[in-house]
Structures are given as C-alpha cells and as structure tokens.
Ligand binder design. Structure first.
Ligand code: ADP
Length: 662
C-alpha cells in the first residue's frame, strides 16, 4: 500500500526521496509538534487547575475544622457557665459546704468529659479541685483566663499548661501529656527531646452573686494531648471518613508548638503518628511567621495537600498548629488520568492525520509521479508520451504545459531531423566537391610545377633574359603556394570524410619529418632573411618514435610554414624538442606579432584566420592548424599555442611515448 508513496524513484542513477513520503512526514512533523505542545500545555493547565481546586478545598476544610475546634471550646465554656450559675456553688461560696460541693463538681467534670474543673475564691485562690489529690490553696490569679474571670470576663482559649500546674490538677494528667519526641527527618532541630507541658482547651467564668459581685471563679478544660476526640470529629464531619486505597483521605492534627499531640495521620506501623514533629518549612512559615501554609507537604509517610494555621492562646501568642490535609494521591491520579486521556486523544488525532495525510498526499503526488515517469520516458528518446490531466490545480496546469512542451519538442525534433538530413547531404556534397576540385587541380598543378622546374633549371633550353628567369621563379613560387593550398584541402577532405589513415611506424623524427620541411622552406627562409635555430639538437636528431611520417610532415610543414609566413622579417625561428616522462614535446617558436591570448585556441578551428594586416597580405586557407591538430590528436597527443603578443608565439605539440613503453 505504501510503496508508491514511500518508494524512491531512481532518476539518472540517483535515488530520490519521493515527494509523497516527504509530504506525509512534514504533515506528521507539524501535527506532532502542534499536538505535543498543546498536550503539554493542556495537561499542565489541567494539572494546575486540579491542584488549585484541591488547595481551595483544603482551605475550606481547614475553616470547617476550626469550627469543630471552636465548638468544642464553646462547649467547655458553656458547661462552666451553667455550673457557675448553680445555686449550690453560690451558696457554698457564701456559706461553705466544702465536701458536697467538691463531689458535685467532680460529677460535673466527669459527666461533661472535662480533665480539669477547679473553683477559686474571689482572690483567685483555689478552693477545691475535682481530681485526686484535690490539691487546694494555691493562687491561680496569674492565669490569664482566671485573671479575666476575676474581672467578670469569661473566656475560653487554648492554653499551654506547664508540668507543675498539671501536677496540681492531677498527677495522671502529667503522665497523659508526657511525650518523647519521635525522630522526624524533615523536622527542625530543637534542643528539647520531650514535651512535659500540656495543651488545654480551657475556659474560665466568674461566679457572681445576685448583686453581680464576684464570689469566685470556675475554670476547667480538656487536655488535647493524646485526646483524639477533636481530630477524629474533624475527620468524620469534614471528610466524612472518606478512604482512598485503604487510607484515610482526610486527616487532621493538633500540634503543641511543632509536636503532634493528637492526630489521625498514621505512621508506618499504622498507629497514630503522635510524637512526630512538623516539617521545617511549615515550622518557619506558620510558627515563626504566623502565616497559614496551604500547599502540598510530605506528612509522615505520604504527600498531602495541606493547610496549617497557627493556634493562639488568650494573649494571641502562637502555641501550636491546627492542620488538615487530604491525600494528594486521588488528585494526582485524577491528573494522571486526564493526561492519559489527553495523550490518547492526541494519538488518535495523529493516526487520523496520518491516514488523511496519506490520502491527500497520494492525490497530489500521483499525477506528479506520472509526470516524473513521462519525463523519464522522454529522456529515453520517446516523444510519444503524454500524461493524463487529473486535476484543475497547479499540477493539472503543469500536466497541460507538459503535454504542450512534449508536442513542441516532438515537432522541433522532427524538424531537426529533416534539417540534419539536409545538412548531411549538403556536407556530403561539399566534401565531394572539395575532393573533386582539389583532386582535379592537384594533378595539373604537379605537371605545371614539373615543367616550371625544368624551365628554371634551363633543361628545356637557356632562358635568355633575366626577366624571363624572374618570371619563371615567380610562377614557380605561386604554383608552390597553390599546391600547398590544395594539399591542405585534400587533407581536410580526408579528415572530414573519415578517410584519414594513420600508419604508424618507428621513425627518426628529425630525419624523416623535420629535415625535409626545412629543405623545402630554405628559399622562403632566405627570402625573408630568417634564421632557424635547432634547440637541444643532439637528442632531437636521435629521437625515434612511432608515428605516421607523412602526417607528421604535414604538422611540421604547417607550423614552420606559418612561422615563416607570419614571423618577423629577419627574425629567428626556434625549433626544439624535449623528452618528458610520458611524452615527447616538440615546438616551433618564432619572433613576430604573436597571437592575442583570447585567440590562442581559436586559431586551431577550421577556416580561422586572424584579420590582421599580415594575413591579408599572405594568402592562406585557415586550415593548416586545424589539420595539424587533427593529426596530433589522432596520434594521441596534444597541441597548443603560447604567445607574448608583439614579441613571440610558440606552437607546441606532444606525442605519447609508445615505443619506449613497449
Ligand atoms: P593559414 O595560415 O592558412 O591562415 P592556419 O590554420 O595555419 O591558416 O593559421 C590560422 C591563423 O593563425 C593564421 O591565419 C594566422 O592568423 C594565425 N597564425 C598561425 N601561425 C601563426 C604565427 N606563427 N604567428 C602569428 N599568427 C599565426
């Protein structure tokens, strides 16, 4: 199913990635990037919202917990208030019925679940306590609540009760509050190792006579240490005893300073974690700075979303903390579920986009693929290929243009074909003509030259006048030039018609090719007063190589002929040889006008003649260098020219070392 899109189309040997797979992967990349970022942002937002909601809820739970707490305090105060109004008490304070009164008060204390219930006189001196050993006679007027009650103010608050005071109220109470600190990893270091004081929900009320005079005070309260009534009530009322995976979802704790004195947070062994202490950061914020802490916190064993608030005594001093917390796990699980569903939806979307992308891409790439195939067929030379037009978009447009292009191309190719045939015909005719003319001219010219030589040498009788001799010499020179020219055309004809044969034999280059040319050019050289210098002569004369002597003679003839023709009158011509590792190098250099740098390769082209004064004066064909180049290249060598304009020009050519290599 995928191969058409994913496969690669080999074009010119290069494996190309298909457009389809590129498009699909780009699609996927875009969707992946978009999906991923929105999923991350989305889950973050959802997560944050869930946690913010949880914090709001715990804040609310703390308020509810305070209500339970205050309710308990109020209840204590109410009990005291009612008791203080009882006749019996008032009478006993005015009349004195000590024993009955104590029994009665003790009954009230027990009935209402108080730990302490104590009566003082109007100076604050204890008249009677309600616990063994019923200590009396001590002064309690220093106590903030009692002091206020003596001034007819009733009050209720949480108070710290030192050990010696507890001892007066009842020795069991001393034992109840005594608590060794349990080592707690994140707690703040403290010099103490145990707690001996107690924390009490305490109230004090004045006892008044009918005239509203203070007769005494009644104070009492309930110790919070190891008394789990309030925290459990909070759990039941606020959290309704909810459980999550077998754990209490909501918990409450009362701290005396930083010490858990009553809690329903469980330690590892499942017991109430009393004796452990609050974490250091909570300590700093709540106890040191008096601010509420509402955040996640690690409580004993688990992460909770927590709320801590300071508990203050009557004098508004911080003495402890009220804490509620709900397990973070349910919220974390909720967040996890939301995130999973987010990812699930994103994944489904991705799959959908992938399939959609595939079908959309296919509809785009199919016609393009067809185009690509068609171009390949055309590249192979078949112009009959056209593509079907499938859509009205850019690709459709492309197909239309493509088909038009193919048609134009085909028409042009047909025209070219006809033209080419014509040209070939024309060329054939031209070659035939050149061949015919040169061939037909060559022979009579040879005869002409022969008779002119006989005349010049006076073999047909003496030439009487000097003018006659001069005329014969001029004729001979011109006939030579004509023959030279004809030779060049003949050579061109051979090259063009592919009839040039290279018959290589091992020849002494100097003797076989250069020397005869120098002999031929002797008169011309003298006429132009030019001097030939053979460089590196000794090895030059010795060098032997595989070459076609006739052809190589043409090369030297053309180069030396040019040097004589275009060189400076009275100048020098250097002809040299050099043996290189791989090849033999020959050169013909002459003084003179030289050749401009941009023409150095052009002069080797057919019919090239530089349009200088010299060329106009000296007849030529523009074929000499072309022929020389063809011959050198057919020998496997190279030919080129170097020149310093206005000074010299050097024609160099190489022949590969064939013979020595064998
Ligand atoms: P032709 O000499 O018949 O014109 P060639 O093919 O031998 O044809 O040379 C082509 C052209 O190259 C010449 O017309 C001339 O302009 C230039 N040329 C060749 N040899 C020389 C040279 N030694 N010095 C200056 N120009 C030269």
């Amino acid at each position: 199913m995928w191969d058409k899109v994913k496969g690669s189309i080999p074009v010119g040997g290069l494996p190309f990635k298909s457009l389809g797979s590129k498009l699909i992967f780009s699609f996927l990349l875009v969707v992946l990037a978009g999906g991923l970022s929105s999923t991350i942002i989305g889950t973050r937002m959802v997560g944050n919202t869930i946690m913010a909601e949880a914090q709001k809820k715990v804040r609310h739970d703390l308020d509810s917990a305070w209500m339970v707490y205050q309710e308990k305090l109020r209840r204590i105060q109410d009990v005291l208030l009612l008791t203080a109004k009882r006749d019996l008490i008032i009478r006993s304070l005015t009349g004195g019925q000590g024993e009955i009164l104590r029994q009665e008060l003790e009954r009230v204390r027990i009935d209402y679940g108080l730990d302490v219930l104590t009566l003082t006189d109007k100076k604050g001196i204890v008249l009677t306590r309600t616990r063994i050993p019923y200590t009396a006679g001590d002064f309690q007027g220093n106590d903030e609540l009692v002091r206020r009650a003596l001034q007819k103010e009733m009050g209720a608050s949480t108070e710290i009760v030192p050990q010696e005071e507890l001892a007066k109220e009842g020795p069991e109470l001393v034992r109840q509050v005594f608590m060794e600190f349990v080592p707690t990893p994140k707690a703040k270091g403290r010099p103490e190792t145990r707690e001996t004081a107690g924390m009490m929900l305490k109230a004090a009320v004045p006892i008044l006579d009918l005239n509203n005079n203070v007769l005494g005070t009644l104070y009492g309260g309930t110790l919070l240490n190891r008394n789990h009534e309030i925290v459990d009530k909070i759990k039941d009322i606020v959290f309704k005893g909810e459980q999550y995976k077998g754990k209490d979802a909501g918990t409450a704790t009362i701290f005396q300073w930083d010490l858990r004195i009553t809690t329903n947070v469980k330690d590892k062994s499942g017991l109430r974690a009393i004796g452990t202490r609050v974490a250091m950061d909570v300590y700093d914020q709540v106890l040191e700075n008096g601010r509420a802490w509402i955040d996640r916190a690690f409580v004993v064993n688990d992460w909770y979303i927590t709320a801590y608030e300071p508990i203050r005594n009557m004098k508004k001093e911080i003495i402890g903390i009220l804490y509620v917390g709900t397990l973070e796990e349910p919220y974390a699980d909720l967040r996890k579920n939301v995130i999973y569903s987010f990812f699930g939806v994103a994944f489904l979307g991705l799959v959908l986009v992938f399939f959609l992308g595939y079908f959309i891409t296919r509809s785009i790439t199919r016609p393009i693929g067809e185009l690509a195939k068609a171009t390949e067929v055309i590249a192979g030379g078949d112009f009959s290929q056209e593509v079907s037009i499938q859509s009205k978009d850019e690709v459709g447009h492309l197909s239309v243009s493509f088909n038009r292009m193919v048609r134009t191309l085909k028409a042009t190719m047909d025209e070219l074909y006809v033209l080419n045939n014509k040209l070939q015909d024309l060329n054939r005719h031209y070659l035939e003509m050149v061949g015919f003319i040169t061939h037909e001219l060559n022979q009579p010219m040879g005869v002409l030259k022969g008779f002119l030589i006989l005349l010049r040498d006076e073999s047909l009788g003496p030439l009487a006048a000097a003018k006659q001799k001069q005329a014969v010499a001029t004729m001979l020179r011109n006939v030579n030039a004509l023959i030279n020219m004809i030779q060049k055309y003949l050579q061109l004809g051979r090259i063009e018609s592919g009839r040039m044969e290279v018959n290589k034999t091992v020849i002494p280059i100097f003797a076989e090719t250069l020397n005869p040319i120098l002999e031929d050019e002797k008169q011309q050289l003298e006429a132009r007063r030019m001097q030939v210098v053979i460089e590196n002569e000794e090895p030059f004369r010795k060098v032997e190589e595989e070459a076609d002597a006739v052809l190589l003679r043409i090369v030297f003839s053309n180069l030396i002929g040019n040097a004589v023709k275009y060189g400076r009158e009275g100048g020098k011509i250097w002809i040299g040889f050099q043996e290189e590792p791989e090849e033999l190098l020959f050169y013909v250099k002459n003084e003179g006008q030289g050749i401009p740098a941009d023409k150095l390769t052009k002069v080797f082209e057919k019919f090239t003649r530089l349009q200088g004064e010299l060329e106009r004066r000296r007849g030529g064909t523009g074929l000499g260098l072309f022929n020389a180049k063809e011959i050198v290249e057919r020998h496997g060598g190279r030919i080129w020219a170097e020149s310093e304009e206005g000074k010299w020009v050097n024609f160099l050519f190489t022949l590969p070392k064939g013979r020595k290599g064998k």
